[in-house]
Write a protein that binds this ligand. Structure first.
Ligand code: ADP
Ligand code: ASP
Ligand code: MG
Length: 422
């Protein structure tokens, strides 16, 4: 039997009882003959609480210090988990991201993994230990500073270690029984998906299904690591994420699921002169501020004025930076004003089967219309349709779309075992 990487999210280790429960699960895997490497997140909502604390002492905390602060959350849980395992009579050692060999670039708060050199982890497991690694963190190659991988980054740590250690599987333990056709906190009739391909999972993740992080799925696809998403609170089989090609178990669904995201805001640049180069200047300024944008829409210009409006969405957390960059641009691009709206939601329908089914868009829009939900922006890819609506409409809209595509289950209601949904 080979090596398994198990990742436990914050809600699975929210308190001492949770840590002891998880410790038992880990020991079971070890007793079954596996070498076990565990990646652990900060307890409960610790990361959010640390961010709140930082904001109380400084409106713009420096990235380096912020990362130093946030990585403390995972250090607490890794040490407690190692203690709990030792208390059960098994050997365990905890390691920070840096000690585990997670090497990143220097981009604080959203560092990318450049390399993983897990020598110490390999030695620890070869000597019979269970290795516990702090998720979501690494060390920068250049400056040797402590970095974080962005919110939810422990998923990425787990897959990166699984790849570097040539693990059999990467198990992601969370507070629901797997990946569902919609967020079980919103749609009680959501269905658990048994198998899903990397492509559909990537779209769901990038559209807001935070059960798996986009970057972690990208990593898994690149190194062909099967991911098993399951609950740490139940013994049920979860969702297998993997390759679709040549995989008998993987039947391509028409629609995989509905995702929603309320973490974005919309900026509208009003009254932009409708001539070549203006949009380029706007998005160059946004890129210069290192802000990632999502959807972009330019209205048809009003012939009489020769002016147009450009809207785009971006993470709320980047709103201030983007507005500052655009204000500075006003000297060169003669737009009229800027509008910032953070009361929006994005709702996305994802499915590989969509490519060959022309009715999907119409059914999607009809469902929203029946629910009296107004559409503000639309974007599509080959296997996804997304719309922006008012944030207040999001739950209603997700449920309406889920029903319209026949995704509602008629048996068990989806169980949410823990977490606060924060
Ligand atoms: P963890 O603390 O284990 O990392 P997260 O809170 O990051 O857990 O992710 C699990 C949560 O993701 C679930 O509690 C659920 O509310 C949410 N979620 C959103 N979309 C989905 C989906 N399609 N399937 C399952 N869970 C989803
Ligand atoms: N603790 C970090 C967060 O809350 C990383 C993670 O949980 O994956 O974002
Ligand atoms: Mg998570």
């Amino acid at each position: 039997m080979g090596l398994v990487v198990q990742k436990y999210g914050g809600s699975s280790v929210a308190d001492a009882e949770g840590i002891k429960r998880v410790a038992k699960r880990i020991v079971e895997a070890k007793k079954n003959g596996h070498q076990v490497v565990v990646v652990v997140s900060a307890m409960g909502d610790t990361t959010d609480e640390l961010i709140d604390l930082a904001e109380q002492v400084s409106p713009m905390p420096p990235g380096r210090e912020m990362d130093m602060l946030l990585t403390a959350g995972e250090r607490i849980s890794m040490a407690l988990l190692a203690m709990a395992i030792k208390n059960l009579g098994h050997e365990a050692q905890s390691f920070t991201g840096s000690q585990a060999g997670v090497i990143t670039d220097s981009s604080h708060g959203k560092a990318r993994i450049i390399d993983v050199t897990p020598g110490r982890i390999r030695t620890a497991v070869d000597e019979g230990n269970i290795a516990i690694v702090a998720g979501f963190q690494g060390v920068s190659q250049e400056k040797k500073d402590i970095t974080t991988l962005g919110r939810g980054g422990s998923d990425t740590t787990a897959v990166a270690l699984a790849a570097a250690l040539d693990a059999e599987v990467c198990e992601i333990y969370t507070d629901v029984d797997g990946v569902f056709t919609a967020d079980p906190r919103v749609v009680k009739k959501a269905r658990k998906i048994d198998h899903i391909g990397y492509e559909d999972m990537l779209e769901l993740a990038s559209s807001g299904s935070k059960v798996l992080l986009h970057r972690c799925v990208e990593y898994a696809r690149r190194y062909d690591i099967p991911i098993h998403v399951r609950s740490s609170f139940s013994g049920l089989q979860g969702t297998w994420v993997g390759r679709t090609q040549g995989n008998e178990a993987m039947e391509q669904a028409l629609i995989s699921g509905v995702a929603h995201d309320t973490s974005e805001a919309k900026i509208t640049v009003v009254g932009v002169p409708d001539k070549p180069g203006e949009a380029a200047a706007i998005f160059r300024a946004i890129a210069g501020a290192e802000v990632n944008i999502d959807m972009v829409v330019q209205n048809v210009s009003a012939a009489s004025t020769g002016l147009t409006d450009i809207s785009f969405t971006l993470p709320k957390t980047e709103g201030r930076k983007a507005i500052d960059a655009l204000e500075k641009l006003k000297a060169t691009v003669a737009f009229e004003s800027l509008r910032y709206d953070d009361q929006i939601a994005k709702i996305s329908l994802v499915g590989a089967g969509m490519k060959t089914n022309p009715g999907v868009t119409a059914t999607f829009f009809e469902a929203l219309s029946r629910a009296s939900v107004n559409i503000e922006l639309i974007s599509t890819s080959e296997i996804r349709i997304s719309v922006v609506t008012r944030a207040d409409d999001v739950n209603e809209a997700v449920r309406a779309v889920h029903s319209a595509f026949g995704l509602d289950s008629d048996s068990d209601e989806a169980v949410v075992y823990g977490g606060t949904g924060r």
